[in-house]
Design a protein around this ligand. Structure first.
Ligand SMILES: Cc1ncc(COP(=O)(O)O)c(C=O)c1O
Length: 471
């Protein structure tokens, strides 16, 4: 981290922890240069950064002051010190122990990665499954091998067309959920020992894949306002032999951040300059709460470097395990890896989803699902406002179904996770989203389940555990 970033982070922490009050004057240039032994330009750059984060405001001829509402605007993903070098990853034990604890059906699933099954048209989907399997040709067991069911790939490519992307069907490979697509892409472009750039905080399955394939990770900071830190990525390209990137550009898990179109374009340009592939995980892109899908970085790709992965697991058919990758220039390799590892995605499930996409009213269902998630976010947000202690903060994402919460000072997310489980509530503690097990002061909460009295009570209980832990 550069000097001005270190200084900015130190002062940001002081503001977040309440040690610098809203409206109070920030130290003068002279004070800071003497106190920290840095140049005036370092202090200026630190102040510009704090201003950009919405934490301070300049008053003409009077200096800088802590901004009103600073706490709400600040990036919630307090940046962990970026690893100086790439590192091996050991995360699986931690992730498995957290996920195991949350599996029980009686536990309130704030830690879950899935939305409620009640939000999906499972009956209508079952009709499509029954209809299509009755008509299925015995030859489909051969014909629908990778790259996959042709009708399904046609329907998927039509959805790309609706986003303005001409997606050749030949580059689409159907997989067992997005997770397999992501893993196959990583296998296609790396060898053991290679360095991969990932997000911090980021989806724990990326960490697990890196661990399993014996790769090394460089963590690129993400903040909940603007997403990936492109400057840090550019710096990493200069200093590390990065072979691949694995990022979420829309409704990032866990922060909910969405990168602007300009930033996605700049990202793809940066990748093209270094000829480094991007594995783009876009499983939540369709779950926007606004009027239209944010477009993926794939839109800007001219060189076939972006492998765009998604699935129907979060939007239509949990458990059917149908996902895909638009794999660009790596499609042939991904397809062969698919054949070598699990041979094929389930043939009836592919046919059933293809039939549903043609006749089932997918877009209507998506509109309803988005409306439900938007309402549930409002309810979760209101409940957090009611019960959370004053010095905690959380995001209000514009899509997906996670809020990323920064806990008050002294509250440890792992300890809170254990306490919450004892009280029948699961949460996703920050350390599972980081190779360095950072973000001990963060948790991720799922609002993808219809609200009821039990949920409201669970938020109340969780918040009282947080209050108790902060004393
Ligand atoms: C960010 C992210 N990517 C990928 C996946 C996996 O998707 P699928 O269930 O389609 O394999 C998940 C599921 O939790 C996820 O949260």
């Amino acid at each position: 981290m550069k000097r001005f970033e270190l200084l900015a982070n130190t002062m940001a922490d002081e503001i977040r922890s309440g040690r610098r009050l809203v409206g109070s004057r920030m130290p003068s240039l002279r004070q800071l240069t003497t106190q920290h032994g840095v140049s005036q330009s370092t202090v200026f750059r630190a102040y510009y950064l704090l201003e950009e984060w919405g934490l301070i405001r300049a008053r003409e001829r009077s200096g800088y002051y802590v901004a009103p509402g600073a706490a709400l605007k600040q990036p919630l993903a307090s940046k962990p010190p970026p690893a100086l070098a790439s590192a091996r990853v050991e995360i699986s034990d931690l992730v498995f122990s957290v996920l195991e604890a949350a599996k029980h059906p009686n536990v309130v699933p704030f830690g879950s990665a899935f939305p409620s099954p009640k939000l999906f048209p499972l009956q209508r989907l079952a009709r499509s499954l029954a209809h299509s399997t009755r008509l299925i040709s015995p030859w489909s067991t051969v014909v629908d091998l990778p790259p996959g069911n042709e009708q399904l790939r046609r329907e998927i490519s039509l959805r790309y067309m609706a986003m303005g992307i001409a997606q050749p069907m030949e580059e689409l490979v159907v997989t067992n959920g997005a997770l397999e697509a992501l893993n196959l892409c990583l296998m296609a472009v790396t060898r053991p020992g290679d360095v991969v750039a990932i997000e911090s905080p980021g989806f724990y399955a990326a960490l697990q894949a890196i661990e399993r394939l014996d790769l090394r990770a460089v963590e690129i900071p993400v903040d909940s306002v603007s997403g990936l830190d492109l400057e840090a990525l550019a710096h990493a390209f200069e200093t590390q032999p990065i072979r691949a990137c694995w990022f979420m550009t829309n409704f990032q898990n866990p922060t909910g951040a969405t990168m602007s179109q300009e930033k996605k374009k700049a990202l793809v340009e940066l990748l093209a300059r270094h000829d480094v592939p991007l594995i783009e995980d876009d499983v939540y892109g369709e779950l926007h709460h606004g009027a239209a899908n944010p477009l993926p970085a794939r839109v800007f790709d001219q060189k076939g470097l972006v492998m765009h992965c998604s699935s129907f697991s979060k939007t239509l058919a949990p458990g059917y395990r149908i996902g895909w990758v638009a794999a660009g220039r790596f499609a042939g390799k991904v397809q062969r890896l698919k054949l070598m590892t699990t041979l094929s995605a389930s043939i009836p499930a592919q046919a059933g989803i293809a039939d549903y996409l043609q006749h089932g009213g997918y877009d209507k269902h998506l509109r309803k699902l988005r409306g439900a998630l938007r309402n549930q976010l409002d309810t979760m947000d209101a409940a957090l406002h009611r019960w959370m202690p004053a010095d905690s903060h959380w995001t209000r994402p514009s899509g997906g179904y996670f809020v990323w919460v920064r806990l008050p000072h002294h509250v440890d997310a792992m300890q809170l996770h254990r306490l919450a489980i004892e009280n029948g509530i699961s949460i996703a503690p920050g350390p599972i989203f980081s190779a360095q097990h950072a973000f001990r002061d963060h948790i991720r909460l799922n609002f993808g389940h219809p609200w009821d009295e039990r949920t409201e009570q669970a938020v109340k209980t969780l918040c009282s555990l947080i209050k108790l832990s902060s004393q």
